[in-house]
Design a protein around this ligand. Sequence first.
Ligand code: LLP
Length: 432
Amino acid sequence: MKNMNIKTNQQGILEFSGKSVVELAEKYGTPLYAMDEMMIRNRLKTFNQAMKEAFDEKAEVLYASKACDFLAMYRLIKEENCGVDVVSDGEIFTAYKAGFPMEKAYFHGNNKTDSEIRFAIEREVGTFVVDGEDELETLNQIASEYNIVQKILIRVTPGIDPHTYEAVSTGIVDCKFGSALVTGAAEALTHKALSMDHISLQGFHCHVGSQVFDGEVFMKCADVMFCFIKEISQKFNYECLQLNLGGGYGVPYVEEDPYLDIEQILMRVGAHVKRLCHLYDIKLPQILMEPGRSIVADAGITLYRVGSVKKIPGAKNYVSVDGGMTDNPRYALYRSKYTMRCANRMNEEASLRCSVVGKCCESGDILQENVLLPDTVQRNDIIAVLCTGAYNYSMASNYNRIVRPAVVMISGQDEKVVVQREKFEDLIKNEL
Ligand code: LLP
């Protein structure tokens, strides 16, 4: 795995971003999310630069904040001059509190409630990504009450199979998101939006899925979307100003996973988009993309302390750690693979095949099966799970009244806690 910020030091201890993870665990407690700030910044810079080279200077990155979102993350995104994709009033609230420039926020979601729509308008969210007719009509109505014209994109379901796991696939016609091309729903919605007084249609959006490794999928999306844009421009004499091609770039979690050269894909998509514009005689719209996972995934690791090792002769071996599905539900939900290391025994041979499990009261609380750890693994050892920067903190829960871990951000020599470990008082703060 091409992980630039992981290495083993002379004492056989795993270092993350130049820091001994054993020391991090001792200093901040476990479970602990550790994130590498420079890596996130570099990813955003590289993505931004590649977008501008592939398309033009107007092209922009919108970080899909659902991947990992807290105040410090929105501040960082602001400093890197990127926009954000937000999907709920809670995300809007957090971005707003972080001082994020809300005109650079794109509000997604297949069911935005009236109160969310009002909340977003009051905080001057720049663009709504409208999913369907109900939302469009409600938005036009509410925007008229505020006497504003709201910028929107229409989310189109392009009918493309992204070849990923079903729970994160969003591009095929029968999915819950967006308005389909093949049924004519997208065209009808466009027609309607163009007739509305309080709506300003800026263009279109599509996103076909997450953890996509097939680069051709992004090319196909461009094909389908430009064909649609051409039709719309002819039928309604409409010039599309923005096209958002979504996110979904795959990330390797284990050695066997492919590595996606995102810069190369962007260059290919860029050249293809320019060809299509030429072919259809369309002015190149501003191109937006919404990477989430590929910005933060391998910039994060989780550290746990081992609590028990149970070897069942002739059956299974279990290594139990002090976190679990509450801080990382992805194996329980999707059978997601992860790379795990016994961080204080890096030079020992990993020969014990085991399941690394959490401390929740249910058998499904598994972080990973078929993991190889040193046979000497024992209580108080530190287990590091790599590549947990995306969809771990943001999907964490308080099941079993387990408090959510802290997030420590490492930046060169500096470390700062950007999210404190929850306190017991937090668990009951809403309870009467
Ligand atoms: N844009 C839209 C409209 C999305 O729905 C998503 C992800 C993204 C962008 C960012 O996709 P990414 O670049 O992160 O793949 N909880 C799941 C992933 C759900 C993805 C939801 N949408 C997981 O843990 O794998």
